[in-house]
Design a protein around this ligand. Structure first.
Ligand SMILES: Cc1cc2nc3c(=O)[nH]c(=O)nc-3n(C[C@H](O)[C@H](O)[C@H](O)COP(=O)(O)OP(=O)(O)OC[C@H]3O[C@@H](n4cnc5c(N)ncnc54)[C@H](O)[C@@H]3O)c2cc1C
Length: 381
């Protein structure tokens, strides 16, 4: 594999680097899980979009630059290296948009993608239910066909940023008589539609990072079904691959954290004390670098028309455990100072959720064992 960038890619990197250096807010934005922080992040997304950095790999007609996957990874590296804010639009642009491109009608693409690119419309993922997390196919929320559309009923939970978001996307059981992976339909719906109740849930840090969603005869027109009715599982699984694989957690953010960890190491420890902790710092940094190199392998594979498939589960376990290791090492370096609120403590609290969201690591290990290593399937009750 050739890891050198072409002159065109280098020019793209320089342009991105210069724009980010001139535009990234000097002070971190307030948490996007607060009302003010949510709006501040939306304003940042608008600024990115005005300069066409919001969705670089999308076609130009929807606000992108039509950039290659290689350029997207380059952009992500520059983005996090510059200390730019987390993306409040991430569920829309990384999880839903690939589905809309692959399965959406032209009308859906034109209605939903431009305002997603500018951050004007923020989307929340409504998959999990109180009894359907790891075993998503056991979901019980229903969709009943009526004239011109469907009526949604039931409950979703753990929907990130739904407390402030505008639109939701999720699966509902549209044919109760069908086998459980069939008979599911993928819907998009406004969170302020008649019959939707949004109840915020506080996270570990006390902020309303999630919401529960209750559906009481919520009407959704046929035009807002993504893919074919009854085909929701297949449509949804193409999102899951994106979430666990490349798009949600590109290596740039971990490499930037690893670089900050090196700076921290140099700033807090006396030379005589350094040797004892050096191994952990180096180990965390190497794991970030390994993820970066592995990603270039994935990008090469995808560029050649390949598919990530079950390997997305390897990525998922790797980046989530790496994030915990980076932050735990930082807190240990800080010692008693780690008790004081800082970006390291915030990052640590968030890193703890990595092994849970996007499919728990136990489930990802099952997938790796069964689909990649060919071990016997888990015995199910
Ligand atoms: C920060 C964060 C953000 C999230 N955002 C969203 C969102 O935006 N939208 C959304 O829909 N959901 C979201 N979720 C929910 C998330 O997808 C679920 O928490 C996750 O799928 C696990 O489901 P569960 O919580 O029901 O746990 P369960 O499925 O009940 O699992 C509990 C434990 O049992 C283990 N387990 C279960 N089955 C098996 C098995 N067969 N073999 C081995 N171990 C098993 C699990 O790994 C886990 O450790 C988010 C979660 C977090 C933490």
């Amino acid at each position: 594999m050739n890891l050198d960038f072409s002159p065109d890619e280098l020019a793209f990197r320089d342009e991105a680097r210069a724009w980010l250096a001139a535009n990234v807010p000097a002070e971190p934005l307030p948490s996007m899980d607060t009302a003010d922080g949510f709006v501040a992040h939306q304003q940042w997304e608008r600024r990115l979009a005005d300069a066409r950095w919001s969705v670089v790999s999308w076609p130009e007609e929807f606000g992108g630059r039509g950039a290659s996957l290689v350029k997207w990874v380059i952009f992500e590296e520059e983005y996090y290296r510059a200390g730019a804010p987390g993306r409040v639009s991430q569920n829309g642009i990384f999880l839903l948009a690939p589905i809309i491109f692959d399965h959406g009608t032209t009308d859906q693409q034109q209605r939903w993608l431009p305002s997603m690119a500018t951050g004007e419309t923020i989307w929340a993922q409504a998959w999990s239910e109180p009894e359907a997390g790891s075993d998503l196919a056991s979901l019980r929320s229903t969709a009943t066909a009526v004239k011109g559309g469907w009526l949604l009923n039931g409950q979703k939970t753990w929907s990130s940023r739904a407390a402030y978001a505008h639109q939701g996307f999720g699966l509902f059981r549209s044919d109760p008589s069908a086998e459980r992976h069939r008979g599911l339909t993928y819907f998009c719906f406004p969170l302020d539609a008649d019959g939707v109740t949004v109840r915020p849930i506080a996270q570990l840090d006390g902020e309303a990072g999630f919401a529960e969603l209750f559906f009481d005869d919520v009407f959704v027109p046929d035009a807002d079904v993504l893919g074919e009715p009854g085909d929701g599982w297949r449509v949804a699984m193409s999102t899951a691959g994106n979430e666990r694989g490349l798009s949600l957690r590109s290596p740039g953010r971990f490499c930037a954290t690893a670089d900050r960890l090196l700076d921290l190491y140099a700033s807090v420890l006396e030379p005589v004390e350094r040797t004892s902790t050096a191994t952990r710092v180096v180990d965390a940094w190497l794991r970030a670098e390994a993820y970066r190199l592995y990603t270039w392998g994935t990008v090469t594979q995808l560029a050649g028309g390949g598919d990530i498939g079950a390997a997305g589960s390897v990525n998922k376990v790797w980046w989530s455990e790496l994030d915990v290791a980076l932050h735990e090492t930082a807190l240990d370096l800080l010692g008693a100072e780690a008790e004081v609120a800082s970006t390291w403590t915030d990052g640590y609290l968030f890193s703890l959720s990595g092994p849970i969201y996007a499919g728990t690591n136990e489930i990802q290990r099952n997938i790796v064992a069964e689909r990649i290593l060919g071990l016997p399937r888990e015995v199910r009750a």
